[in-house]
Design a protein around this ligand. Structure first.
Ligand SMILES: [Zn+2]
Length: 276
């Protein structure tokens, strides 16, 4: 007995549709899935060699934010770094993509999302790393970093490194670009925007006066570049939030606490893994 052609065609069609749906579900949830497998089920050796694991940990130990974490906080942070590395495509444009390069860049993203459970910077797909500042056709000038709406990030490696070598000066290229990518992931302008958007709206409302002050030339706290527009002001705010929290809370407590809400963490509470 053989199945009629129509039935065979229907079975193939259903099979292909199911496969496609499963693939899409995996693609959308891949950060969550990999994190679950690595952090909760301990499947790290299946994805990354022991040598690379040791290299990544030794790089993380140089990062101030990571140094302050508890043992469990360090484990959580490290596993999130691994997931970020696995799910992004890194491309070295005239530069060797060492573990140091990839770890610092990944740590920038993880720092922002560390206390937001289940949230990952999904907007970025490709990270191009350069040995110096790059000419941008889009911006029509040299840039140290750039994050496009299409999911590509450009980064100058010496400036990424400088950001972490001087963790208290309010300038950190990795944090800056990831702050743009964070906002792009939220898609606050669309109807399906994330719930964190409400906290960003609150930040925009309470920071308006500080932005006007900066536009008028008051660079006593935020650097001049933040006056470019509200998007750059946002990224500069995030840099200061993580690098100069003591000064930030004294000068602009309302803005500081609005950012605490956005990132669900308090950089001043290092002793408790930055818990809010
Ligand atoms: Zn920017």
């Amino acid at each position: 007995m053989s199945l009629p052609h129509d039935a065979i065609f229907a079975v193939i069609l259903i099979g292909l549709t199911l496969f496609l749906l499963l693939y899409i579900a995996f693609y959308v949830l891949r950060d969550v899935i990999y994190f679950f497998l690595i952090h909760y089920l301990g499947f790290i050796n299946q994805f990354i060699s022991t040598e690379n694991q040791l290299n990544i940990i030794s790089e993380l130990k140089k990062i101030k934010y990571y140094q302050n974490l508890s043992i469990s906080g360090k484990s959580f942070f490290y596993h999130r770094v691994i997931v970020f590395m696995m799910n992004k495509h890194f491309f070295g444009d005239g530069i060797n993509l060492s573990n140091e390069v990839k770890t610092y860049i990944s740590a920038s993203a993880v720092q922002l999302t560390f206390r937001i459970r289940g949230f990952y910077i999904e907007h970025i797909q490709l990270i191009r790393v350069f040995p110096k500042a790059i000419w941008s056709q889009l911006a029509q000038h040299e840039v140290k970093g750039l994050t496009t709406g299409g999911g590509v990030m450009w980064l100058s490696w010496p400036d990424i490194k400088k950001g972490f070598d001087f963790p208290d000066d309010g300038i950190n290229l990795g944090i800056h670009e990831m702050a743009h990518a964070f906002k792009l992931t939220l898609r606050c302008e669309s109807a399906s925007g994330h719930q964190i958007c409400t906290s960003i709206t609150k930040w925009a409302a309470v920071s308006k006066y500080a932005f006007i002050k900066l536009e008028e030339g008051d660079t006593s706290f935020f650097r001049k570049y933040g006056a470019t527009n509200m998007e750059e002001f946002w990224a500069v705010n995030v840099e200061c939030f993580f690098e100069k929290p003591e000064e930030f809370i004294k000068l602009y407590p309302e803005i500081y606490f609005s950012l605490c809400k956005v990132f669900n963490q308090n950089p001043l509470n290092a002793i408790n893994d930055y818990e809010l």
